[in-house]
Ligand binder design. Structure first.
Ligand code: ADP
Ligand code: ZN
Length: 758
């Protein structure tokens, strides 16, 4: 077998390379320099981590943020790859210990911050390391930080060029998701890459669904509806909500909390501890929703974010691409929702005026205009975004943006546009859109009459259309550069005509505008994948998620570090029995078979037994004992089940035909205790509790008193209020043997159910 593919499976559990990964890995293994330009979520880390497990010597990774390093190291350790980070957060003893361990050759990968790397003491350590163990590779992550033209210039990165002189033989791999030509050229020259392989991946992110909406007063409710739909399917689906200002963050966050969403804020006005705490809670899935200014997200690699929403118009398409790109890094479907409004221009203008260079200001204004044009356009969102990076989308209909899924019709609005533009001209371009619309609609306000605008020929010529309709048209004209916003002497926003506007009024130019439409029907995020699974697979998938959640809570790590959803889905459909079968699932490497194999395999077995499903339907090596045990069990169970059902209160209803969770629920509703159900169905207590929790998650109400005596329940709820509901382990620790994990799970589900209702 191909040694590289073999290592990919063994250490990382993957069966295939993502596009571009193989080329880069091969170049690195051959000792060649390389520059990898890949979108967020493209799988850049693997291109140095895999060679690191194969090449002799240690791979030194330069990374700008401690949080990012820590995350990467944790993931590597979870896969059984020895790695560490040497950062300023360590005390000197610990640093010394790690340095010594590095010199003893105990790590495959060593993460460091750029400023440390070029520090003389550290350089000395590196030289020693080079002599004694060999340095396999320098990997420079977020390499766009060397460029002043990128969005995140860091002067320390400039000094990395030194590495070339001191370590002439060590290959260097630079990685970034920022693709402009300017930045690319800067990376190549600053890092002095030698005849590098330059790999530019497509920036298309097919798993992201773009949903662009015009902001109205109801934007918050629309957001809430999207969140609720998302969470009906996955109560913990992580979401990032971006707001332009701190104030926006605070307000939106407070509203969400009031609506029962587990949300936390993140902005520069909070203390560093608070920010770290909220960020950490988000990464660990204790908080599902982070409401943040765009400062959040740089260097946070949470791969399972399912929604990124922008409550304000993004400043430019490049930053929008980066920010929205924080969704769905795991390749699973995710949604990017934007609320835009030409009115946000004023907020952006505030930042633009802070810029000192008038040239930069002009560029910034132009870029904002381009966002509006993109947002108001009826064309494919994806095509528009990719065009910004000079990439062309091959397909006509991308199938995953609001415009492609729900095309708008464009209509000829030339005559209305002429009316609106004339009204702007007749009022001498000195008023805001709202006032112009009053004149058009013939409003009899004091202001209109005092100014004599009721005498104008345009007065009242637009009375048959609502102010809202005129506003929509006005915004479209702004986006099409037929109107421009300006500020009056008194500091009020006004609209004025552009040269193009005169062409319209002279009848030399047509105006087409997208018809306003109802918001996009909620395409459910994981629909596509879920649809490919049959009922039992979906059921089992949910059960495996519970197992994953418990394991994650025990180990105090985010769930995605155990397995990605895609791996769980594969387990649920393929139903492995043996460790080798388990290992053949994508995302399951050697280390994970050892660490988690038992837990998942026994859940899969239990499920298949309960439902009389075939294990590993692909056929082949099912161990005899399993097959026999299963046959035995079925023979044993069937007649008995029927008999018991007869003698029980269930005579009037054959519950055995119901799906399993439903069956448990029905029996419980009919007054059977959990112990009785456990006996009749031959299922573990924990499994039944899982069923009841599922039912509650789906909105079913249960008589809790029957599950947890009142006093104990009160105690649990109090402790939840103090410690939160996730993870459960601290709650369990606090309450000791007075409660079981099953009690806690039930109480939590009931609580969430209540919150979802309230
Ligand atoms: P980037 O740094 O480019 O944003 P990452 O390196 O964080 O992306 O990878 C994104 C996600 O893709 C991670 O969850 C990673 O485990 C997963 N991944 C990477 N390579 C593969 C592969 N060959 N097969 C399946 N998943 C992969
Ligand atoms: Zn599209």
């Amino acid at each position: 077998m191909d040694a590289v593919a073999d290592a990919l499976k063994r250490s990382f559990g993957y069966d295939e390379f993502r596009p571009g990964q193989r080329e880069i890995v091969d170049a690195v293994l051959a000792g060649r320099d390389a520059l990898a330009l890949m979108p967020t979520g493209g799988g850049k880390s693997l291109t140095y981590q895999l060679p690191a497990t194969m090449r002799p010597g240690v791979t030194v990774v330069v990374s700008p943020l401690i949080a990012l390093m820590k995350d990467q190291v944790d993931r590597l350790l979870a896969n059984g790859v020895a790695a560490t980070a040497i950062t300023s957060a360590l005390d000197s003893d610990e640093r010394e210990r790690r340095e010594q361990a590095a010199l003893r050759g105990e790590y495959r990968l060593l993460y460091v911050a750029p400023e440390r790397l070029v520090n003389p003491n550290f350089l000395w350590l590196l030289l020693k390391l080079q002599r004694e163990r060999g340095i396999a590779l320098f990997a420079v992550d977020e390499a766009h930080c060397v460029s002043e033209w990128g969005h995140d210039f860091r002067p320390e990165y400039r000094q990395l060029g030194q590495l070339r002189e001191r370590f002439a033989d060590v290959p260097m791999l630079a990685l970034t998701a920022t693709a402009t030509d300017r930045v690319r050229a800067d990376i190549l020259s600053q890092l002095r890459l030698r005849e590098p392989l330059v790999h530019v991946a497509s920036f298309n992110r097919p798993n992201l669904l773009y949903d662009v909406r015009q902001k109205s007063k109801g934007a918050y409710n629309e957001l809430l509806a999207v969140l609720r739909t998302l969470r009906r399917e996955d109560p913990d689906a992580p979401a990032i909500i971006y707001c332009q200002s701190r104030n926006g963050v605070e307000t939106t966050c407070a509203q969400l909390v009031a609506d029962g969403v587990r949300a936390a804020p993140y902005h520069a006005g909070l203390s560093a501890e608070e920010r770290t705490r909220n960020q950490e809670a988000f990464i660990r899935d204790h908080t599902t929703t982070l409401v943040a200014t765009v400062a959040f997200g740089m260097g946070v690699s949470k791969p399972d974010v399912r929604l990124v929403a922008h409550m304000d118009t993004p400043r430019n398409l490049e930053s929008y691409y980066q920010e929205s790109g924080r969704a769905g890094r795991d390749g699973e479907p995710a949604r990017c929702l934007v609320f835009f409004s030409p009115g946000d221009r004023a907020k952006v203008e505030y930042f633009i005026r802070e810029m000192s260079d008038p040239g930069q200001q002009a560029i910034a204004r132009q870029q904002f205009q381009r966002v509006l044009t993109w947002a108001m356009d009826g064309d494919c969102r994806r095509r528009g975004l990719l065009a910004y990076f000079g990439e062309t989308l091959a397909e006509e209909n991308c199938g995953a943006c609001d415009n492609c899924l729900n095309p708008t019709e464009r209509e000829d609005r030339t005559v209305d546009a002429q009316k609106l533009l004339s009204a702007v001209a007749r009022t001498n371009q000195r008023f805001g859109l709202g006032y112009v619309i009053e004149v058009l609609r013939g409003a009899q306000t004091k202001a209109v009459i005092e100014r004599g605008h009721d005498q104008l020929s345009v007065y009242g010529i637009g009375a048959t259309q609502s102010a809202e309709e005129w506003r929509h048209l006005g915004h479209a004209l702004l986006a099409q550069d037929l109107l421009a916003e300006a500020t009056s002497v008194g500091g009020y926003p006004t609209v004025r005509l552009t040269p193009l506007a005169w062409e319209v009024m002279r009848g030399q130019r047509m105006v087409e505008v997208a018809r306003p439409r109802a918001p996009l029907r909620q395409a459910r995020a994981a629909d596509a994948q879920m649809a490919q699974m049959d009922g039992p697979a979906r059921d089992l998938f949910e059960r495996l998620r519970l197992v994953r959640r418990e394991l994650a809570e025990e180990a105090q790590v985010p769930a995605f570090m155990i397995f990605a959803d895609s791996s769980l889905r594969a387990m649920a459909t393929r139903r492995p029995v043996t460790p080798p079968q388990f290992a053949s699932i994508s995302g399951v490497g050697e280390r994970k078979v050892a660490a988690f194999g038992d837990a998942f395999l026994s859940e899969i077995r239990a499920y298949c037994d309960e439902h009389g499903l075939e294990l590993w339907p692909e056929g082949g090596d099912i161990p005899d004992d399993v097959a026999t045990a299963r046959r035995e069990r079925r023979r044993r169970e069937r007649p008995e089940r029927a008999e018991r059902a007869d003698s029980s209160r269930l005579r009037d209803m054959d519950t055995t035909k119901l799906p399993t969770a439903r069956q448990t629920l029905e029996m419980f509703r009919r007054g059977l205790s959990l112990d009785e159900i456990a006996e009749q169905r031959n299922l573990a207590h924990t499994t039944l509790v899982g069923h009841l929790c599922d039912a509650m998650n789906a909105g079913e109400e249960l008589d809790l008193e029957r599950l947890i005596p009142g006093e104990r329940l009160r105690l649990i709820l109090e402790t939840f209020a103090r410690l939160g509901v996730t993870p459960l382990s601290p709650v369990k620790e606090a309450l000791g043997d007075a409660v079981s994990y099953d009690d806690l799970r039930v109480a939590r589900a009931a609580l969430r159910n209540q919150q979802a209702e309230g």
